[in-house]
Write a protein that binds this ligand. Structure first.
Ligand code: ZN
Length: 289
C-alpha cells in the first residue's frame, strides 16, 4: 500500500504533504508494462496528482491532470478522487531514451514542450480548470510553476522515481510544501533555504527515512503536526456505460465498419486495459437510445 500524510508546520502557517508511492508506481508499471522512462514520467505525475487529490474538499470531487506535449512520451492523463483512488495513462508506454548528463532517466526530453492542465470537478456547474506551459518537463518543476502562476500558491514540489537494478520500482515518492496565507516571510525564506540543500526524495527514502522524518527535514519544523493520513490505491472506475459513451463518440458508421471488419467491436479501457466487447445488436441498441 502506498501511504500519504498531510501536516501543518510552524503553528499552522505551512502545509506539507508527503507520499511514499513505491507500490503505486510499481502497480501502474505492471498494468501498462511501462518502460523505465515511462514509469518515471507517469509515476511522477501520479505522485503529485495524489497529493493534490488529498486536498479536495468533498467525497464526490474529482481531479484530472493532463500533459499535452511534443516529446516521444506523448500525452499523459491521470485521474484521482478524494478517496485517493487513482488511475493513469501515458501514450508512449514503451519509449526509452539514453540517460541524461547526470546519468538519470531523461524525463524532460521524453515529455518535451507543451502544457500542464489541472481540472478539479468540485460539484459546481463548471469545473475549475488551471493551465500553464511546461517549464522543464521534469514534472516537479512544472507543478511548482503551475501552483505559482495558476493557483498563486508558491510551493516547493519534489518528486522522484528510482528504478532498481532488478527492473522494479525501488523507491518512489514526493512532497509538496506550501506556505498558507499570512505565513511569515522569514519562514518562507527558511523553507527556500532548506529546500535548495535537501537531497532528492528518493535519496531521503533510500536513507530509510519515514514519511514523518521527511516532513520534519523538508520543513525544518520538529513540532510538525500530522493532520491526515490515507492509503493511495491504483483503481479504475471504468464501466460499460462509460465505454458506451466512447462508442457514441466514435459514431454509428465507424462502429459498424469495425464490427464488419473484425466480427466484434472491442474497446479497451486505456487506464486498466479491461476489454469490453459489443455485437451488432448491442451497438444498434446504443444508437437507438
Ligand atoms: Zn478501466
Amino acid at each position: 500500500m502506498s501511504n500519504l500524510k498531510r501536516y501543518l508546520a510552524y503553528d499552522k502557517s505551512v502545509r506539507a504533504i508527503v507520499i511514499d508511492a513505491t507500490d503505486m508506481v510499481q502497480k501502474i508499471r505492471d498494468i501498462h508494462n511501462l518502460s523505465n522512462l515511462a514509469t518515471a514520467a507517469l509515476g511522477r505525475v501520479m505522485i503529485v496528482s495524489a497529493m493534490i487529490a488529498s486536498t479536495l474538499k468533498d467525497e464526490d470531487n474529482r481531479l484530472t491532470v493532463q500533459i499535452k506535449a511534443d516529446g516521444p512520451l506523448g500525452s499523459v492523463v491521470v485521474c484521482a478522487n478524494k478517496s485517493l483512488e487513482i488511475k493513469g495513462y501515458i501514450q508512449g508506454a514503451n519509449v526509452e531514451l539514453p540517460l541524461n548528463k547526470e546519468g538519470k532517466l531523461d524525463v524532460s526530453k521524453g515529455i518535451g514542450m507543451g502544457t500542464l492542465t489541472v481540472i478539479k470537478d468540485i460539484g459546481l456547474k463548471d469545473p475549475y480548470i488551471g493551465t500553464c506551459e511546461l517549464l522543464s518537463g521534469e514534472i516537479g518543476d512544472d507543478f511548482a510553476y503551475y501552483f505559482n502562476v495558476s493557483e498563486q500558491t508558491p510551493s516547493v514540489v519534489s518528486v522522484g522515481v528510482l528504478i532498481g537494478k532488478d527492473g522494479n520500482v525501488a523507491k518512489a515518492g514526493g512532497y509538496i510544501i506550501q506556505p498558507l496565507p499570512d505565513c511569515d516571510e522569514k519562514i518562507i525564506d527558511k523553507l527556500e533555504q532548506i529546500n535548495v540543500k535537501i537531497p532528492s526524495m528518493t535519496t531521503l527514502m533510500s536513507e530509510g527515512r519515514s514519511i514523518d522524518d521527511i516532513a520534519q527535514n523538508t520543513t525544518g519544523d520538529n513540532n510538525i503536526e500530522s493532520v491526515y493520513e490515507h492509503n493511495v490505491e491504483v483503481k479504475c472506475d471504468c464501466s460499460i456505460d462509460r465505454i458506451k459513451n466512447t462508442i457514441i463518440a466514435l459514431g454509428k458508421k465507424e462502429a459498424m465498419d469495425i464490427l464488419k471488419e473484425q466480427g466484434v467491436l472491442e474497446i479497451s479501457c486505456r487506464f486498466c486495459n479491461k476489454k469490453y466487447r459489443f455485437n451488432e445488436e448491442q451497438i444498434n441498441e446504443i444508437f437507438n437510445k
